[in-house]
Every structure is written in structure tokens, then in C-alpha cells.
Design a binder for this molecule. Structure first.
Ligand SMILES: [Ca+2]
Length: 509
């Protein structure tokens, strides 16, 4: 395997690892692994690229399937833990560091300077995973003598972005992709954190007041149950002006400035040159019900937006965020980074769809890092695009009635009310998307719902607080009105009637 010839690739290690415990170069020891062939390599598709990857091929227990696993944050690590999980299940598995490990001689504290090298930024924004996927499939074929029966990709956050990158750019490589909370709209999410943080500082002492009022206004939307979680935040129109102080300012009301700050966060970042009618909105606003998470914008603005915009615009990791210009800075960064794949927002998934592959998208409505209305909006763009290409469906004698149902044949989105970033939060937030994806791909059983669990204090050891179905968008989970509202058994997935009305004009045959 060390002699396999791959484009722009050096195989640095090919080693038989005996069954048992394996200590990877970084992170925890991985136990109970089957015997596998460990291959490590470096891809150098550009002079400064330094994409590291590993492919693990089980020798005795192979199920003839390949799973590539995604990263988080600004990557920089092979995901050994996630690889070990899939290896134990019999999968061959692959992972890359996205090419974002610190270059030799660069201290770890300055690792994110890679963002100023746009070829390496491109590696991070999806190129490393696509190149790794091509290598992994060739190594698989060489080792086993045949191609994978099925190939999967699974990831959340940056891993969700990576999942969308392979779906959009390498549509025939994977049969199933699970992509959670995708960081696919770089301009939007990095701008949103600065925007939210600036307005959050005016309202930080009154988040509980605003949250309680928003939940009181909208708690039963969608789920029909008063449980402190808004079941369908898209339908909530709570207006913070209801909290405007009628006399002196006090803890139970908002000043006009605070009302405006809340409204700005709900609206999301817009170009100040334009009113919203021009459509130059960089990201959708934070959803109603997410108020208690807004403090996380500080860490996101300082830890992510600052190095991103700092390196892209000023070649520095730090700059004064209060000087950020929501007009010219965003436009300039977009102009500079668009040619390097920074916006993984192409709604044309026809290659992936025509390959027969399945996409399972998922996110939490109370994600503190950026608004997950982002993935809903992207999904709607995929639906709209899928409508335009309806000619592909003529072979089918009985197409579904609506464009969204046609899209649901190959791409489904599951939104978690009250859920945080890739998990956590007030709502049910523990669930597996991989097994339903495999069922969909291999047995043709499309998931209408995925059962999520909420543990007491989010601690599994403390027991189950509730279970609830997450429904394939645009359906939402609604209580049947009689049974225990903490049991998924008493919920059905149902669609708001306005939904299909809204789309009546599209896709008729
Ligand atoms: Ca509720």
C-alpha cells in the first residue's frame, strides 16, 4: 500500500495495526479495535498546501463500506476518535486535518494564519475533504480489489460544511451524507457573530426577560405543548417592542435602545447601505427562543470572526472588532474568498441526486454560534433549484405533488427545537443520524422522523427527561393533545397548512 500512486500525494505510512488498543499520534487511545491497515499521507496540490489524511482499512471484519468523517472548528486534526467508532462497526474510514495544522516553525497560537493563504483556505473550505475522498476510494479499491459497496460522509459544524462540499462538488463520490449545522455560509456566519455580539452587549442583562416573553408568546407553535421550547420558531413573530418601558427603565422592561438591539439580532446582519428590501442580508437572524445563547457570540466573534476577517482583510489575527464595516469589509472579503470556495452554498445538487445518493441535513434551532435558519434557507434554495430541473422526473409516472416532496426523495432536513450546536440545549438533542442514513441508502427507507432524547440536565447518567421526534422539514412534531408530552409516542409529524399553499405555484405537471 505504501507504493500506491495517488495524485499530488505522498504516502508517509502504511502499517498493519494489530487488534486491540491503538494510540493515535494525538488524542486518546482507541480501544477494542479490529486489526486494520493504517495508511497516512500528505496531499500537496499547491506549494503551500499541507493536507494530512489517514485511511483505515479493516483486514478481517470489513463490511465493504467506506465512511469519511468530518472535522470541527478550524480543523487541524485527523479525527481519530470518529474513525475508531466506524472501524469498530466494520467500516473502512478516512479523515483529513483539512490542511490547517500549524506549518513547521509556526507556533500553535498562530495556526490560524493559514486563513490568509487563500489556497490553504480553499483546502479548509472543502478541497481537503474532496481530495481525501478520491484518495480513500482509490486506496480502498487497491486494498480490497473492488470499490466500496457504499460510501458515506458524516460530520457536523465544519464537518457539515465538508459534507455539503462533497455533495456540491463531488456529487458522485458518496451514496449518503449526513451534514449537521453546516458552516457553509462563511460570510454569513462570521459576520453574524460580530453583529450579534455588538448588539448583545446592550441587552446582556435582560436576556432572560426577552427569552421568557418570546417563549410565552410562541411556546405552543408547532408542538402544541407548553414546555418552554418553541416548536416552530419560523412561525414566531414575537416583537420585543412589547417589552418597551412605559415609564422609567427597570428590570422588567426594555429601553428603546434595547428593543432595537433585540430586533437587530432577530433580523440578522444586513448591509447598512441598504434596507432589507434590497436583499443584501448576509445571514438570517437568530431565531426567537435562542436568546439565552446570545452570549456565545462573544467567543465566536473573538475566536472565529476575528481571525477570519483579520487574516482575509488585514493579514493579522487580531483587529478591533468595533471598527468592522458591515458594508465594505464583508463585500471585500467575499470578493477575495469566493474564488477559493469559501461559500459552500451552491443549491445545484443534481449530480448527487442523479447518482441516487441521499442527503440528511440536521441542526438545532437554538444553535448559539450562528442562526440555523441558514440551513433552512439553503434547503429551500435546493428545493427551488430542484423545481427548475423537473425534467429529470418525467420517467416517474406519479411524481409527488409538491417540489418539497420531490426534494425529500433525496434530501431531508431535520430541525431540533431548543437544540444547540451539534447537540446540547433545552430540547431533545441526542440522536443518531448515521443509522437512518444507511437505512435510507441501502434499504430505501426514507426517514420521516428521527427520535431524539433529552437527558435530565443533559447528563445520560441522570436518566431520560423526554423523547421527541425530529421531523423531516417542513413537518414539525405536534403533540396529540392527550398522552404524556415527554414521550415521542404522543407526537406526530405534521405540516403547517400554509406551507403547501405557499408553494402552490411551483412544479405542476
Ligand atoms: Ca413548546
Amino acid at each position: 500500500m505504501a507504493a500506491v500512486n495517488l495524485p499530488d500525494t505522498t504516502i508517509t505510512l502504511a502499517q498493519l495495526i494489530p487488534a486491540g488498543t491503538f494510540q493515535p499520534p494525538t488524542g486518546a487511545a482507541q480501544q477494542n479495535l479490529p486489526e486494520f491497515c493504517r495508511i497516512a499521507g500528505r496531499i500537496q496540490n499547491h506549494p503551500t498546501s499541507r493536507i494530512m489524511f489517514e485511511v483505515w482499512l479493516p483486514t478481517q471484519t470489513a463490511n465493504q463500506r467506506l465512511v469519511q468523517v468530518g472535522n470541527g472548528g478550524f480543523a487541524g486534526n485527523i479525527q481519530y476518535g470518529a474513525m475508531a467508532t466506524r472501524l469498530r462497526e466494520g467500516y473502512a474510514t478516512a479523515s483529513t486535518d483539512d490542511g490547517t495544522s500549524a506549518a513547521p516553525g509556526v507556533p500553535a497560537s498562530e495556526r490560524l494564519t493559514f486563513l490568509g493563504d487563500f489556497e490553504r483556505l480553499y483546502d479548509f473550505k472543502g478541497r481537503a475533504v474532496t481530495l481525501t475522498a478520491v484518495n480513500a476510494k482509490m486506496l480502498f479499491r487497491t486494498f480490497y480489489g473492488l470499490a466500496p459497496a457504499y460510501s458515506y460522509f458524516t460530520g457536523c459544524s465544519s464537518g457539515g460544511l465538508e459534507g455539503l462540499a462533497v455533495v456540491q462538488r463531488l456529487g458522485e463520490a458518496f451514496d449518503g451524507v449526513s451534514a449537521g449545522s453546516p458552516a457553509n455560509n462563511s460570510a454569513g456566519l462570521f459576520t453574524q457573530a460580530i453583529w450579534t455580539f455588538q448588539h448583545y452587549q446592550k441587552i446582556s442583562t435582560k436576556l432572560q426577560l426577552v427569552h421568557d416573553a418570546a417563549v410565552a408568546a410562541c411556546d405552543t407553535l408547532g408542538d402544541s405543548v407548553s414546555d418552554g421550547v418553541i416548536g416552530d420558531p419560523q412561525r414566531c413573530r414575537f416583537d420585543p417592542r412589547k417589552l418597551l418601558c412605559k415609564a422609567a427603565e427597570g428590570p422588567e422592561c426594555l429601553t428603546a435602545e434595547q428593543v432595537e438591539a433585540v430586533r437587530k439580532i432577530y433580523e440578522g446582519p444586513v448591509n447598512p447601505r441598504n434596507d432589507r428590501k434590497t436583499g443584501e442580508q448576509y445571514a438570517p437572524g437568530m431565531p426567537r427562543g435562542s436568546e439565552l445563547t446570545w452570549g456565545a457570540s462573544q467567543g465566536q466573534a473573538l475566536g472565529a470572526s476575528q481571525p477570519w476577517y483579520g487574516m482575509v482583510l488585514h493579514n493579522t489575527l487580531t483587529f478591533d472588532l468595533t471598527t468592522f464595516n458591515f458594508d465594505t469589509d464583508v463585500d471585500r472579503a467575499l470578493r477575495l474568498t469566493l474564488p477559493y470556495g469559501a461559500q459552500v452554498t451552491n443549491p445545484d445538487l443534481s449530480a448527487f441526486r442523479n447518482h441516487g445518493a441521499k442527503l440528511l441535513l440536521w441542526a438545532g434551532w437554538n444553535d448559539p454560534l450562528w442562526s440555523q435558519q441558514n440551513i433552512v434557507d439553503y434547503y429551500e434554495e435546493v428545493v427551488a433549484h430542484n423545481t427548475k430541473t423537473h425534467g429529470h422526473w418525467r420517467w416517474d409516472a406519479r411524481p409527488p405533488a409538491s417540489p418539497i416532496d420531490r426534494t425529500r426523495r433525496f434530501a431531508r432536513l431535520f430541525m431540533g427545537p431548543g437544540m444547540g450546536h451539534c447537540g446540547g440545549g433545552d430540547g431533545p438533542n441526542v440522536f443518531d443520524t448515521f443509522a437512518p442514513l444507511v437505512q435510507w441508502v441501502e434499504a430505501g427507507t426514507a426517514p420521516d422522523q428521527i427520535i431524539a432524547t433529552k437527558f435530565i440536565n443533559n447528563q445520560p447518567a441522570q436518566g431520560i427527561a423526554q423523547t421527541r421526534p425530529l421531523c423531516a422539514y417542513p413537518d414539525v412534531a405536534r403533540w396529540n393533545g392527550t398522552g404524556d408530552p415527554n414521550s415521542a409516542d404522543n407526537f406526530i409529524c405534521t405540516r403547517h397548512p400554509q406551507r403547501d399553499h405557499h408553494h402552490d405555484g411551483h412544479g405542476r405537471h
